[in-house]
Design a protein around this ligand. Sequence first.
Ligand code: PLP
Length: 425
Amino acid sequence: MHHFTYKNRTLHAEGVSVDKIAAEVGTPVYIYSAATIERHYKVFAAAVGVPKNRVYYAMKANSNLAVLKLLGSLGAGADTVSEGEIRKALAAGIPASRIVFSGVGKTESELAFAVDVGIYQINIETESELDLLSKVATARGKRQAAVIRVNPDVGAGGHAKITTGSSENKFGVSFDTASRIFAKAANMSGVRMLGLATHIGSQIRELSDLTAAFARMRQLTESLRADGHTIERLDLGGGLGIPYDIPEDFDHGPDLIHDYAAMVSKTFAGIDAELGFEPGRLIVGNAGILVTRALHLNPRPHTTFLVVDAAMNDLVRPAMYEAYHEVWPITQADKSAPRLNYDIVGPICESGDTFAKNRKLSETKPGDLIAIMTAGAYGATMSSTYNSRLLVPEVLVSGNQYAVVRPRPSYDDLINLDRIPSWLA
Ligand SMILES: *Cc1c(COP(=O)(O)O)cnc(C)c1O
């Protein structure tokens, strides 16, 4: 569920009309609903048994400082994948004791930074990373808490590019390697190996693959314990999906979170360990919309291209993952008004710069505003300045108030990113 609803036929984000934000901030603009983020976090955290267990919000989904601040104030930790993300989480007030560090390619300086700030856990993905971490931590007189990411050879997810749990994907080590690494880590001075992690993919809407992967995690936990190793933490990753195809009158969907939590508690029944969860998309996905203004119409025999002022550099999911997003008008037409066929496209000179094809909308004219729904996750975080377009601004709404939580940069900011070498000056 989310808090984008029509009042007097105008789309509102909580208590604020989207029209008003678009007029004051300009378009394109991302708008996030704080109440939606808060609700998703609380429902998820309660379902998976916080505080005994831990939720690390996967901040690559949406790493705006205001979003992090909100989630941190609710008690969330952060799952990070770079030094930049660790620094942003800390800057938003999430303590190092609630931050985990994942990722297949951590550098020596990133590991050193994480150890120095006293990060809660490093999710190791390769044997050479283990060696490097132990060296770095030993040099600092520390023993860093870590878990090893295993690849259960069960891939899942809404698209091949977001499947990570198959042995063909680059993530984690095999179960055999995990046993060997545990034996090796026992004698290392810089690492305290405390358990296992996994993460098999994203936009998972069906629990069977997760169930299979977790059952394999349980078996590995039991066999490692039988060999005398300590397994006190199991980090189960993120990946739960959300409905992208919500119609305007969407009420409520099937309760995936509760089914997931029940499956986890059944699968790990009797295994005494601290469970960790890394939801990203589930927390912020439908808490955000991308609002864009129609610029031009280009009619064709089979459809009309509706050219809008947002582009693939602002929201890359349709171009990159063939992702589906609902498109809602900001001003609702009469129920009886005819629906016309549109292809909604951005201004960039690539045919992939298409947000939606063959979409039925009430008549939309240049100047009208539309919302690309469910854009809170992997939207702004994946945006770029391609075509020398300005990074898209972000707004957070809470009740009747809103704030610009990332201003639109100026053209000077954009130009000043680059330097002209002295020999060309
Ligand atoms: C991306 C990622 C997540 C979050 O995935 P969602 O599908 O957004 O929940 C969690 N853990 C790791 C290691 C990831 O790479």
